[in-house]
Design a binder for this molecule. Structure first.
Ligand code: HEM
Length: 134
């Protein structure tokens, strides 16, 4: 379908995140599900939860039937420009990112706890040494 070929940026798609205007990104395609919200057997809230990210894994995890997959085509409005999808969109758990950040700041703290007393001891030793020398 020629009208199906439009390419959208991630930012543009994620603006459509309310029940009356709901777009999803699934397997590189963009779907306008605004007219399907009330009819979706899984409810409209799960569709809304999948906005603002790449919803491919959400969709696949349910194990949608072939008839659901055929139905999708009706709502396809184009494709997503994959270069605009942020690296951590959708399917990477945000927790893991912050866990790593937490771990590295924990190590920084440990190293500081070791270095600061050593530095102070070294300074005290140097002062005593200089005082004796005078
Ligand atoms: C174009 C997008 C979608 C279409 C056309 C669609 C269609 C359907 C259809 C026809 C069913 C009935 C069961 C089946 O035939 O597989 C269904 C069930 C369901 N869908 Fe979707 N769906 C879409 C996206 C999503 C997304 C993004 C989610 C997010 C998690 C989702 C969650 C569910 C859930 C939870 C059920 C109920 C499963 C059950 O109770 O067995 N769907 N969907």
């Amino acid at each position: 379908m020629a009208g199906n070929r439009k390419v959208y940026g991630f930012g543009e798609v994620t603006k459509h995140n309310v029940a009356k205007d709901c777009w999803l990104i699934i397997s590189g395609k963009v779907y306008d599900l605004s007219l399907f919200m009330d009819d979706h057997p899984g409810g409209d809230d799960v569709l809304l939860n999948s906005t603002g990210k790449d919803a491919t894994i959400d969709f696949e995890d349910i194990g949608h039937s072939n008839s659901a997959k055929e139905m999708m085509e009706k709502y396809c409005i184009g494709e997503i420009d994959s270069a605009t999808i942020p690296a951590n969109s959708g399917n990477v758990e945000p927790q893991k990112v912050s866990e790593n950040a937490e771990k590295s700041s924990h190590y920084t703290l440990k190293i500081l706890q070791l270095i600061v007393p050593l530095f102070i001891m070294g300074l005290a030793y140097a002062i005593r040494y200089l005082a004796k020398a005078e």
